[in-house]
Design a protein around this ligand. Structure first.
Ligand SMILES: [Fe+2]
Ligand SMILES: [Fe+2]
Length: 280
C-alpha cells in the first residue's frame, strides 16, 4: 500500500453533526498509508461516544499524539489507553505542567491535564512513551514539530494562561506542537490549539520540512482574543503560503473564521465532529 495520506476525520470538536456528541475539546483520526494516528483525545466522553457512533475502533491505531497538556485535549487519554494499551504515545514532557486560566474578576480555573490521565501516561513503559523535544518523523510522511520557536511578536498563547493560581507566572505552553503530513498536494498542517501562534507554527514547519507548499491547515487556531493587527498579519502570511484549504475548528473563534473567509482566497470550511477530509 502506498504510504500516502488517505483521510483525516474530526472525532471530537466543539460542534458536531449527524448525532455525534459535541464538547469543548478536540480529537482527530488520521489515516496515512494504512497507518492510523490519533491526534488528541477531547475533554470528556465525546471520544468514546463518537468513536462508537462512527464505528472507529481505537484498538487499531498505531500512534497517539498529544498536542499539549490542556484538559480539553487529554481528558479521554484513559479511554484511548484502555482500548489500546500497546499504542505508541507521543508528547512533550511539559504536558504534565499544572496550569490555570485566570480572567479578571473570576476565580482561577485549573486547565491542566487531569491527574488520572497524568498518572496513566507517567506510568507508561519507556518503550511506549516517546517524548518529543524536537521535530520528529513518527511514520511515513508524518511529522511532529516538537516545541515551536516564538519569533512573531504579535502572537501570544491566546489567553490568560498561568502556571500558578495567583497568576504571577505566565504559562508559555512550551509543550504545544503541531503535526504535518507530506501529501502530493503539499503539506497538511494539523494543529491542536496552536498556542505557539499560526505564523510561528507555519514558518517552523516550512523551515524544518524544507517544503513551502501548504495544501491545508486543520484544527484549533486559538484566535478568539486576537487583535485586528494580529489577524491582518496572520492573513498576510497565509496569503503568501496560499493553502488550498483551511478547516478551522475548536478554539479558533467565530470572528477569526469570518475574517479569514472574507480576506483569503483559500477554501475555508468550519470543522466539526464528523467532518472528514479525504485525499482525492
Ligand atoms: Fe483546546
Ligand atoms: Fe489549549
Amino acid at each position: 500500500m502506498s504510504a500516502e495520506f488517505q483521510s483525516l476525520e474530526i472525532l471530537v470538536d466543539n460542534q458536531a453533526t449527524g448525532g455525534l456528541v459535541a464538547e469543548h475539546g478536540l480529537s482527530m483520526l488520521i489515516n496515512v498509508g494504512g497507518k492510523k494516528l490519533l491526534f488528541d483525545a477531547g475533554q470528556n466522553d465525546a471520544l468514546e461516544q463518537n468513536t462508537k457512533a462512527l464505528g472507529v475502533n481505537l484498538m487499531h491505531i498505531d500512534a497517539f499524539a498529544l498536542s499539549h497538556g490542556h484538559y480539553d485535549h487529554t481528558g479521554a487519554v484513559d479511554f484511548v489507553l484502555q482500548e489500546n494499551p500497546e499504542v505508541a504515545v507521543y508528547a512533550h514532557p511539559k504536558i504534565f505542567s499544572q496550569r490555570f486560566s485566570i480572567y479578571p474578576g473570576k476565580a482561577p480555573k485549573e486547565i491542566s491535564m487531569p491527574a488520572e490521565e497524568r498518572l496513566i501516561v507517567g506510568n507508561l513503559p519507556d518503550s511506549h512513551l516517546h517524548w518529543i523535544r524536537e521535530p520528529k518523523q513518527i511514520t511515513d510522511n508524518v511529522w511532529l514539530t516538537g516545541p515551536i520557536p516564538r519569533f512573531q511578536t504579535l502572537e501570544d498563547t491566546g489567553g490568560p494562561f498561568f502556571i500558578d493560581p495567583e497568576g504571577k507566572i505566565p504559562d508559555p505552553i512550551e509543550d504545544d506542537m503541531a503535526m504535518w503530513i507530506e501529501t502530493p498536494k503539499g503539506l497538511l498542517v494539523v494543529c491542536g490549539c496552536c498556542h505557539s501562534g499560526l505564523i510561528n507554527t507555519l514558518n517552523h514547519i516550512v523551515a524544518v520540512s524544507g517544503q513551502k507548499r501548504i495544501w491545508g491547515i486543520v484544527g484549533g487556531l486559538h484566535l478568539k482574543n486576537a487583535s485586528k493587527q494580529r489577524l491582518e498579519t496572520t492573513a498576510n502570511v497565509l496569503r503568501t503560503y496560499n493553502p488550498e484549504l483551511m478547516v478551522p475548528c475548536h478554539c479558533t473563534g467565530e470572528s477569526a473564521i469570518t475574517y479569514f473567509k472574507e480576506n483569503l482566497n483559500s477554501e475555508i470550511r468550519t470543522g466539526y465532529a464528523g467532518y472528514k477530509l479525504k485525499a482525492e
